[in-house]
Design a protein around this ligand. Structure first.
Ligand SMILES: NC(=O)c1ccc[n+]([C@@H]2O[C@H](COP(=O)([O-])OP(=O)(O)OC[C@H]3O[C@@H](n4cnc5c(N)ncnc54)[C@H](O)[C@@H]3O)[C@@H](O)[C@H]2O)c1
Length: 519
């Protein structure tokens, strides 16, 4: 199969009125609530144990979903195990073909899918559209990667011996996904597992079962056999039951640190009779820092910091949480950030003018507000107040300075629109503070001196370091994405090595110095 080289799906040009009109029309035409089943093979069980609502208008029900029981988790793994042999034996090019048709299915429905992401997770239009594009990118990128991987790897050959390395799929993969990239992340993990010949049971986030349904529909519409991809909506217990199943070979997880660590513990518990070690691919949270040096271009730094910290209300794993600024420019940066944050518009995701949408749910609003209260008590708030729409899980964007070094706000992943600013003597002190953190996901540096850039690059432990730009917005194939330290198992989604997590290398060595053939 010869495919054109991978290229990112272009995002919509939302400055065009015609594009905005298409999206608004798609939102108006969304038929809600969706019914989300436990979907195993051809079996479809509806239910409404789980209800997902619009974070901007919580009385609006987006999806009514069944919630999988432990028995259903076991059934799903059994079905995926039964489907594994035939799917693993399907040539890589055919598996890739199914993924590419799934991408085409999504491309045809871009506006409707973005509208669902917006409604279910309150992602503003530009980011909802980017979520759809990223899901398409993962399908296209891993389809190509799997074809390449199926060639195996070159080994040293010597006379009288033939050596071959092939990559074999591992078996059933449990995909456990978060809500904040409700199409892109579950699709990315699922596409990688399927492309390499594994079968998948997908447990979408309880906040986004509707988007989880669309992921599975796209793959089945593309031609992935029903047995090879099951949908298992539910809360954390459904994920835990799935992960514990002895026939799950790989757990692909993206989400919070504590859940990732729990999954690593589950995988380490090898029951008697087990025939395989579970592998965990875990991508977890961060506490992402932006360093601003004395010579930084503040015209560039200020909008990039705002976008990093407050885009999607700070609910990206890559969002900026701390600014470490050279003391020589601290006051001017704080003043400019304070002015800029006062201009942010807090409002519904569907309003094209909104900068800060509501957070995902009531519990998140309470968590972020309680950190904001703590910030006001322990430090100095530098941001201005806004009017918050009455309904919906809104949180004001907050910038805080003057926090004590041991403040929880400088350590915990708050996952909301709260940014701290700290003065530092120089970039080395900033690097020391970053190095003291147990997590290492993303970071940014604003500096003009190439020697400073080289010094920070050499010292930075983070998985993705951005120089003179925002901390968010990694693109498939361009910025393979994932964290180090306690931010993850070193996975780089959307990069050339990612598929290796889903396969086992097998080497065959043949003695070719035979004295004739037996025929
Ligand atoms: N590193 C990355 O690439 C990346 C990307 C996106 C989000 N994240 C992180 O995800 C978090 C936000 O997402 P979230 O709130 O959905 O995370 P979460 O950890 O609460 O949930 C993620 C998934 O795990 C499931 N789950 C919860 N408890 C479980 C258990 N005991 N066993 C098995 N599964 C369980 C949930 O139902 C959900 O499907 C943040 O910490 C963010 O930084 C990381």
């Amino acid at each position: 199969m010869s495919l054109p080289p991978f290229a990112n799906e272009p995002v919509l040009e939302l400055r065009r009125a015609s594009e905005r009109a298409k999206l608004t029309a798609a939102l108006g035409e969304l038929e809600l609530p969706l019914r989300v089943p436990v979907w195993i093979g051809e079996k479809w069980r509806s239910g409404d144990e789980l209800v997902s609502t619009d974070p901007g208008a919580p009385e609006r029900v987006v999806a009514r979903s069944a919630s999988a029981t432990a028995d259903e988790a076991a059934d799903a793994v059994d079905a995926a195990r039964a489907a594994f042999g035939p799917w693993a034996a399907t040539p890589a090019a055919e598996r890739a073909g199914a993924l590419l048709r799934a991408a085409a299915w999504m491309r045809e429905r871009r506006a409707q899918l973005a509208a669902l992401v917006l409604r279910e997770c309150a992602k503003p239009w530009a980011e909802a559209d980017a979520d759809v594009c990223e899901a398409i990118d993962f399908l296209e990128f891993y389809a190509r990667g799997a074809i390449e991987l199926a060639e195996g790897a070159a080994l040293l050959q010597v006379p009288g011996e033939r050596n071959e390395l092939r990559y074999a799929p591992r078996g059933v993969c449990a995909v456990i996904a978060p809500w904040n990239f409700p199409l892109a992340i579950p699709m990315g993990m699922t596409a990688a597992a399927l492309a390499t010949g594994n079968t998948v049971v997908l447990k979408p986030a309880e906040q986004a079962p509707g988007c989880g349904l669309r992921v599975v529909e796209a793959l089945r519409a593309g031609g992935v056999p029903a047995g090879a991809i099951a949908l298992l909506p539910g809360e954390g217990e459904a994920g835990a039951a799935l992960a514990r199943h002895p026939d799950v070979a790989t757990i692909a997880f993206t989400g919070s640190g504590p859940v990732g660590l729990e999954l690593l513990r589950i995988a380490a518990d090898v029951p008697p009779g087990a025939r395989q070690l579970k592998r965990v691919v875990a991508e977890m949270g961060g506490k992402n820092c932006v360093i601003v040096d004395a010579d930084a271009d503040l015209d560039e730094a200020v909008p990039a910091i705002l976008a990093s910290a407050f885009g999607y209300a700070g609910q990206k794993c890559s969002a900026a949480a701390r600014v470490l600024v050279h003391e020589a420019v601290h006051d001017v940066l704080v003043e400019r950030l304070a002015g800029a944050v006062a201009g942010l518009q807090v409002g519904p995701a569907e309003d094209f003018a909104s900068d800060v949408p509501p957070v995902i749910e009531r519990a998140a609003q309470q968590r972020v507000r309680s950190y904001a209260e703590r910030a006001a008590a322990d430090g100095t708030l530098v941001s201005a107040q806004h009017d918050v729409p009455g309904e919906g899980w809104y949180c004001l964007p907050v910038i805080v300075g003057g926090l004590p070094a041991d403040s929880a706000i400088l350590r915990d992943e708050i996952f909301g629109p709260l940014l701290s600013v700290e003065p530092v003597r120089d970039v080395d002190e900033a690097c020391d503070r970053i190095d003291a953190l147990p997590v290492a996901l993303t970071g940014a540096l604003f500096a003009r001196n190439p020697r400073t850039v080289a010094r920070v690059v050499a010292r930075s432990p983070v998985g993705n370091l951005y120089v003179n730009r925002s901390t968010t917005g990694a693109m498939v194939g361009r910025q393979p994405f994932g964290g180090n330290r306690l931010s993850g198992t070193g996975t780089k989604a959307g990069g050339g090595d990612y598929l290796l997590h889903f396969v086992e290398p097998r080497v065959v060595t043949e003695n070719t110095l035979r004295h004739g053939l037996v025929v």
